[in-house]
Design a binder for this molecule. Structure first.
Ligand code: C5P
Length: 417
């Protein structure tokens, strides 16, 4: 299969950081797949990799100096940033991101980033404390609002000996993000002029229904059975679908996180209410069942608060809840064309996901390993496998919003006429 990077022009901006060496591998992988790569090496980047090693791999001159007369005569920075199909900043330092967020243009890299009208993908790499600093977080929020795409960073041991988020994504992960970005990119001519970017809207005109969060199954008016789901992954999917232009209905169990912007949120407590809300929200083009619905509810729910008494603890008889995903996937009329389920497994993840796909008759299962060592429930990242009847994709460990963005891109590619 031809890679989406084939025939594309990538402008790669190499910042200063020990991870710069990984970019050499990225250039090789891009070129192998038929992309042409032009590189800008910042002054700090040149402390880690040499212009000669970069140019040997790109097969092109490396640009290093904003005011180099020959570079400007050959191709000015504005034309260069427009000539590319995608700009990739890797490694992207805290300094480079601060410059981008602030619109600074004091050197060739930042000037090019300010002058471009193309999408920009950033692969950050920095010390964990710098990554967690409020200033970096603020800059990242700003860059995301501006439509900048991110890949990584990931958790791990860093060159400085500390552990945590801040390691640059691996070359193959960056390559996957480049492929996603090129698949998605729809650059609309904007009346706002130079540098104005329109986020891609591959789900414009579609209705996406998402379930999220846990359910609370009442024991009596004050007690309930619950689980540890936070709703982070489902809410992130709803947000990503809205950002992709869809009309989104999010049916959410009780959660403590904020409603995603641009979605209609229907709040429910228990599985039966969730099923009713889902059915009321149909028809939908895509239905994604990310909620951790309780399998059982209490059969003999107390109308009044159960009292302690001399008869000892009450016996709680359980009955099975309706399976919302299976019900919707097996509907005749009004079945959404794309029905996606989740599988939280602690062992034999893919095998169990395949079985679930067949049993529930949905179109895709997003399977993740929730064994306690992985810390998925309530955490911010997720390692998932996308399992279809004839397909299997395994994604690296990614932040939940990145999983959401990729899932939405994968689904948009499937519903496109
Ligand atoms: O069978 P299991 O609970 O592992 O299936 C998980 C998938 O089924 C998830 O997509 C979940 O949202 C959905 N589900 C449901 N209704 C239930 C149980 C699970 O929609 N009662």
């Amino acid at each position: 299969m031809t890679s989406p990077v084939s025939g594309k022009r990538i402008l790669l901006i190499i910042g200063g950081g020990i991870a710069a060496y990984k970019v050499l591998e990225l250039i090789r992988r891009l070129r192998e797949r038929g992309a042409s790569v032009r590189a800008i090496l910042t002054k700090a980047g040149a402390e880690f990799v040499t212009p000669l090693s970069v140019s040997s791999l790109t097969g092109d001159k490396v640009l290093t100096d904003l005011f180099s007369l020959t570079d400007e005569a050959e191709m000015g920075h504005i034309e260069m940033s427009r000539d590319a199909d995608l700009l990739v900043v890797a490694p992207s330092t805290a300094d480079l991101m601060a410059k981008m967020a602030g619109g600074l243009a004091g050197d060739l890299a930042s000037t090019t980033l300010l002058a471009t009208d193309k999408r920009v993908l950033v692969a950050p790499a920095m010390n964990v404390r710098m990554w967690e600093h409020p200033a970096t977080k603020r800059n990242i929020r700003q860059l995301k609002d501006d439509g900048i795409l991110f890949v990584g960073p990931t958790d791990g041991v860093m060159a400085c000996g500390e552990f945590g988020p801040g390691r640059m994504a691996e070359p193959m992960e960056i390559l996957a993000a480049i492929e996603d970005a090129l698949r998605e990119t729809v650059l609309l001519a904007s009346p706002a002029g130079v540098g104005a970017l329109a986020a891609p809207q591959p789900l414009a005109g579609r209705h996406v229904l998402v379930t999220s969060g846990p359910t609370h199954e009442p024991i009596d008016p004050v007690r309930y059975i619950a689980n540890r789901a936070s709703g982070k992954q489902g809410h992130a999917i709803a947000a990503a679908a809205a950002a992709a232009g869809a009309r989104v209905t999010l049916v959410s169990g009780p959660v403590t996180i904020a409603d995603p912007a641009g979605t209609t949120v229907v709040r429910v407590e228990n599985a039966r209410q969730m099923k009713a809300a889902v059915e009321a929200a149909l028809p939908a083009d895509i239905a994604i069942f990310a909620a951790a619905v309780a399998d059982w509810r209490v059969a003999n729910e107390g109308v009044e608060k159960l009292k302690k008494g001399k008869n000892g603890p009450p016996a709680l008889a359980l009955v099975e809840n309706p399976d919302i995903l299976a019900t919707i996937a097996q509907r005749g009329e009004g079945r959404p064309p794309l029905v996606v389920g989740f599988a939280a497994e602690t062992e034999k993840v893919i095998e169990h996901a395949r079985a679930k796909l067949a049993r529930k008759r949905c179109d895709l299962i997003v399977a993740n390993d929730v064994s306690p060592a992985n810390g998925v429930f309530g955490g911010d990242s997720n390692t998932v496998h996308l399992v279809g009847p004839d397909t299997l994709e395994t994604w690296p460990k990614l932040p939940k919003d990145e999983v959401a963005r990729r899932l939405v891109a994968a689904l948009a590619a499937r519903v496109r006429p």
